[in-house]
Design a binder for this molecule. Sequence first.
Ligand SMILES: [Zn+2]
Length: 307
Amino acid sequence: MNYIVLDLEWNQAADLKTKQENTLVFEIIEIGAVKLDKDKNRTGTFHEFIKPQVFRKMNEMTGELVHINFEQLKNCRKFPDVADSFLRWCGEDYIFCTWGNLDLLELQRNMDYYNMTSLSQKPIVYYDIQKLFSIAFEDKKSRRTLEYAADYLKISKDNAFHRADADAIYTAKIIKRIKDEKIFHNYSYDTYRLPKSRKDEIHADFDDYAKYISRPFTDKKDAMKDKEVLSTQCFICGKNTRKKIPWFTNNSKHYYTIVSCPDHGLIKGKIRLRKSAVNDSVYVVKTMKQATQEMAADIAGKYQHPH
Ligand SMILES: [Zn+2]
């Protein structure tokens, strides 16, 4: 299996009127990628600029960030042709790697805009290298810039950041520096396409927690009465648990619970309600994790003192 390290640059409307006239918010103008073999050695690169079709002017902030001259894009190929070449270059057996969680989302959104064949009919498994960097070298929670990570790992900064080809190469170098294979158990799901039905829903086990991604629901109320969404079985042994603190929320977006498994002790459940990227439906991401007494006390505090 190959790793496709992908980085995109995109432009957005230069003014409010243009923004309101267009359904696409971010127009991809550059695709950069590095192909790594199973040992994470570089075996190829892909790089191409794209002729804009939606926004005819560079957004000021984007222009400053990516320093691409709009003139130079005029003679490039259009998005569908470039994306098609890129996907053929990717080959058959690969997993995407991106810095952060936006690139696959915007790639699929742009492909949909041009009515291209979907990349996938379901959530896409990929590696968020920004997350893996945090797990490997920092506190698992922080999310750093690519330049911070390059500095941290003393990777020489030969090219300017925020250009697709350079950023893909920096990201590939960071991947190579993550030596502990266990870190790569922490894959992510891109949820631009959601599980279609109950049987397609995702139940993924990680080293110290379990994740569930639901099918879409009409609305929050609909989601929060679903049996699977509310289920608090032990994610390690599957046994029924005893409720210590029932599901509750203080902000209608995040729900928490504390339950107890006879064999595995305290478990913290968290439900995040998310909006679909493509329509008005909502879906649920639920995580279950073994909890310390302090974690349980923290949740108990939130339960008693809603804010
Ligand atoms: Zn258990």
